[in-house]
Design a protein around this ligand. Structure first.
Ligand SMILES: NC(=O)C1=CN([C@@H]2O[C@H](COP(=O)(O)OP(=O)(O)OC[C@H]3O[C@@H](n4cnc5c(N)ncnc54)[C@H](O)[C@@H]3O)[C@@H](O)[C@H]2O)C=CC1
Ligand SMILES: O=C(O)C(=O)Cc1ccc(O)cc1
Length: 367
């Protein structure tokens, strides 16, 4: 049964990580999807993994919706071309920046108000540090935020169609203006990327014996430093104005920390350091929990597992069989040992029960 809000067909232009994930998610809902990419291999892989059917040159279609999933630099031009090529379609983009794209469309002499009324900027807040169609996942957007940035000239039909896309892909919709969007993502996405890249770049000349000591603190703070460089230079340059004040505030914090550390026993120095940490604690505690729920501290139970096939699956089965919901899971390999440490997060009220069950079943639980 087709339970989608969109009737389709949908044309995805730019079948990389995000575009192919859109295609896979819509196909799973029974929506017809056509694919187009400047790279034949990207479109080919997207088609092969079931994200839709490649739109052939000269093939005429009248899509309900066109989704532009290309990098920010080319997005405005592709939106404009799609508005002209498909005169009845709603066109949305999913790029990480919104203001620069809207300004380019407003200045584009090929478009009139009627054409612009069929455009809505959107931004799914979900991704991976990998790019390309092979990394795509149909469930990428499930329960993740998806920002809808209607502009003053967007038609009601265009907004409804854009919202239907987010709903069909299981995302949680947020309506925002473009400026509010760009300032928000500068803080919660673009600044963390810049900070992560800067932390990781300090490691470039570090000797191997220092790096050999690395634990989860370094891995957590540098995970997104592995992101696609070609995409991020575009995101930074398109959202520079919103990023500058945040980087300036961090620069002030850094200057203050350096001054304090130059005289760590000086008057007020320890208070200053304590403030750095407590303000960080308070900021971290404000990050919402899974699915936009209020921040929640989960209880962590660490289990030692043998580095053998099937161990994690067995552990998860036993947790499930005990009726305990798994909130998060992380695994760390201990260098040079044939064991891994699995951090299992559960609701605090289920922690003791989980420890009892696992210990009873023969697992080694680290307390
Ligand atoms: N990677 C992420 O985590 C997220 C990315 N986004 C946004 O999604 C968009 C796509 O990003 P990714 O999928 O990660 O990139 P990607 O590099 O995996 O895919 C981009 C695709 O666009 C194609 N393309 C480039 N120019 C084109 C053109 N002129 N016509 C047709 N296709 C063209 C490329 O060949 C490539 O297949 C970007 O605008 C990005 O800002 C949004 C949320 C998360
Ligand atoms: O990997 C993560 O944590 C992300 O936050 C991914 C991401 C990257 C770019 C976006 O525009 C939106 C989301």
């Amino acid at each position: 049964m087709n339970t989608s809000h969109l009737a389709g067909p949908v044309l995805v232009i730019g079948t990389g990580l995000l575009g192919t994930s859109v295609g896979l998610g819509l196909r799973a809902k029974g929506v017809g999807v056509y694919l187009r990419d400047i790279s034949p291999s990207a479109a080919g892989v997207a088609q092969d993994i079931g994200a839709g059917t490649i739109l052939q040159a000269g093939q005429r279609i009248a899509p309900e919706l066109v989704v532009i999933g290309a990098p920010p630099d080319v997005t405005a031009d592709l939106v404009a071309q799609a508005l002209l090529e498909f005169p009845t379609a709603v066109v949305v983009d999913i790029a990480s920046v919104k203001g620069s794209i809207l300004r380019a469309l407003q200045a584009d002499a090929r478009l009139d108000a009627a054409a612009r009324s069929r455009y809505v900027g959107t931004h799914p807040m979900a991704g991976r540090e990998k790019s390309g169609p092979a990394a795509a996942r149909g469930a990428l957007f499930t329960s993740m935020p998806w920002v809808i940035c209607a502009h003053p000239g967007s038609s009601a039909r265009a907004v409804k169609t854009a919202e239907s896309l987010a709903i069909d892909l299981g995302a949680v919709m947020h309506r925002m203006g473009t400026t509010e969007h760009d300032e928000s993502v500068a803080l919660i996405s673009h600044f963390p990327q810049a900070a992560s890249s800067m932390i990781a770049s300090r490691l470039l000349n570090a000797p191997a014996h220092q790096l050999g000591l690395a634990g989860n603190g370094l891995r957590d703070t540098t995970r997104i430093a592995a992101s696609d460089e070609k995409l991020w230079i575009q995101i930074f340059s398109h959202n520079a104005q919103a990023l500058i004040p945040i980087l300036g505030a961090m620069k002030d914090d850094l200057d203050r920390l350096i001054t304090t550390l130059e005289n760590p026993q000086g008057p007020g120095a320890l208070l200053d350091l304590s403030q750095l940490m407590t303000e960080g604690n308070a900021g971290h505690a404000r990050i919402p929990g899974k699915h936009g729920a209020p921040p929640q501290a989960f209880a962590l139970v660490t289990v030692v597992v043998d580095d053998r096939p099937g161990q994690i699956a067995q552990l998860l089965n036993e947790i499930g069989a005990a009726g305990i919901n798994l909130e998060d899971l992380r695994m760390e390999h201990s260098a040079g040992h044939q064991v891994g440490l699995v951090d299992v997060s559960v609701l605090p009220g289920r922690r003791d029960e989980l420890i009892n069950v696992l210990t009873h079943n023969g697992w080694k639980v680290v307390q």
